[in-house]
Design a protein around this ligand. Structure first.
Ligand code: ADP
Length: 185
């Protein structure tokens, strides 16, 4: 079986209609909030917050799954990233988010999942460090995936995307594209 394909795009996590699952960079109470959580709850509608209520609170590194309601996806997986400098060890907790989300998606037998850059917004995780942790978590989990065929990382800006792309390329998960290579000439 070919390995699960990994891609890295610039975009909005709430607009990934071709993905079975989108991941929410949630807060512990699974409330709408700002950033990714605001975009996901805004697009899903108030039913999502209602579905989340009995699942809250969650702890750093944990992931829980709900339906996607008004979103064009089948499920939302809600992950609580570590608050940088507070929830330690940050790298292990961030890697757990990715691992736990992938395990939930596998258990649901879906074939595609899109992640935002968990913890790199209000939780303050430095982007390049988060990208390296993400790439390493995906590298170690990928061989065990049986149902997932596509993992997409959705970054909010071109510069954030370049940072993740570099980390994924360094881990051997994606080809280095011309645009990435050209910056190192
Ligand atoms: P956290 O609380 O886990 O830090 P945030 O939602 O504050 O989560 O931000 C996580 C990352 O997602 C940041 O890099 C931010 O720029 C980015 N982001 C914010 N809104 C969106 C969106 N709609 N789609 C994709 N990425 C987003």
């Amino acid at each position: 079986m070919d390995p699960c394909q990994i891609e890295c795009v610039r975009g909005d996590i709430a607009h990934q209609p071709d993905m079975d699952v989108v991941v929410n960079a949630a807060n512990a109470q699974l409330l709408p909030g700002s950033g990714v959580a605001g975009a996901i709850h805004g697009a899903a509608g108030p039913e999502l917050a209602r579905a989340c209520r009995p699942l809250a609170p969650i702890r750093p590194g944990q992931a829980v799954m709900t339906e996607a309601f008004g979103l064009p996806n089948r499920y939302v997986i809600h992950c609580l990233g570590p608050v940088y400098g507070v929830d330690r060890p940050e790298d292990r907790l961030l890697a757990e988010c990715y691992r736990n989300a992938l395990h939930l998606a596998e258990a649901a037998r879906v074939s595609s999942i899109a992640f935002p850059a968990i913890a790199t917004g209000v939780f303050g995780y430095p982007l390049a460090d988060a990208a390296a942790v993400t790439a390493e978590a995906l590298r170690t989990e990928r061989p065990a995936l049986r149902h997932l065929r596509r993992i997409r990382l959705v970054l909010f800006s071109d510069s954030d995307r370049a940072v993740f792309q570099q980390a994924l390329a360094a881990a051997g998960l994606i080809q280095v594209t011309d645009s990435v290579r050209s910056r190192h000439r």
